[in-house]
Design a protein around this ligand. Structure first.
Ligand SMILES: N[C@@H](CCC(=O)N[C@@H](CS)C(=O)NCC(=O)O)C(=O)O
Length: 213
């Protein structure tokens, strides 16, 4: 079994990079120079036709989509318990939350960061205003999930949903209302950022912002 992760620091590849470190498996990490346009090179497009990171090659077969990759890794390494057991109620909640995050946060964040590039620059401010409202609505819902005192989004145990959500929360750090403005999310983020694998991830990706004080 060989894993190669194509990544760029701080981007959608972050949660996959994080999970690979958590799993303690051998993998190769190959940086993709997004600023230089390497994601649009013919070689990279063969791996990821959308020209985006992450791509995870498993035994030479390349796959994209960060949420799917987290779920795939949890299936390949069930002994770590980053996904609840198939058939359980927790499993159903996990599937629901993974798809909720992928559907309701990833697209508005794409709009927030890329509105002027993916669409007409003159319409970007309107697109971003809608994106901001959508992102903030999700922070409210996730904050509500934690009202019963659970430490992680699905209960007592960390799951792939926590790696995905924390990465997405990080992206809000320079917004007017970052995820950490929601009181329970602030505590949650502290917990997630304290994980040794998160610190190792930041070291490897050279990330110096958004660490616990
Ligand atoms: N839905 C995709 C989104 C991937 C995505 O948009 N990646 C961005 C970085 S966060 C990217 O590759 N941008 C480069 C580009 O679009 O040229 C996922 O979650 O994997």
């Amino acid at each position: 079994m060989t894993y190669t992760l194509f990544y760029a620091p701080g981007t959608a590849s972050l949660c996959v990079h994080w999970m690979l470190i958590e799993l303690g498996v051998d993998f190769r990490a190959e940086a993709v120079d997004l600023e230089g346009g390497a994601q649009k090179s013919a070689d990279y497009l063969r791996l990821n036709p959308q020209g985006r990171v992450p791509t995870l090659a498993i035994d030479g077969e390349a796959y994209g989509e960060s949420a799917a990759l987290l779920m795939l890794l949890s299936e390949r390494h069930p002994e770590h318990g980053f996904a609840p057991a198939p058939g359980s109620t927790d499993r159903a909640r996990w599937l629901e939350l993974m798809v909720y995050l992928a559907n309701n946060l990833s697209p508005p964040f794409r709009d927030w960061f890329y509105a002027g590039k993916d669409g007409a620059p003159e319409g970007a401010a309107h697109v971003q205003a809608l994106a901001k409202a959508k992102v903030e609505a999700v922070w409210t819902r996730l904050d509500e999930l934690l009202t019963d005192g659970r430490p992680y989004l699905l209960g007592e145990k960390v799951t792939t949903a926590d790696f995905l959500a924390t990465m997405l929360m990080r992206w809000s750090r320079n917004m007017e209302r970052p995820a950490t403005s929601w009181p329970r999310l602030a505590g949650y983020v502290q917990r997630m950022r304290a994980r040794p694998a998160f610190l190792e991830l930041c070291r490897r990706e050279g990330l110096t912002e958004w660490l616990n004080p």
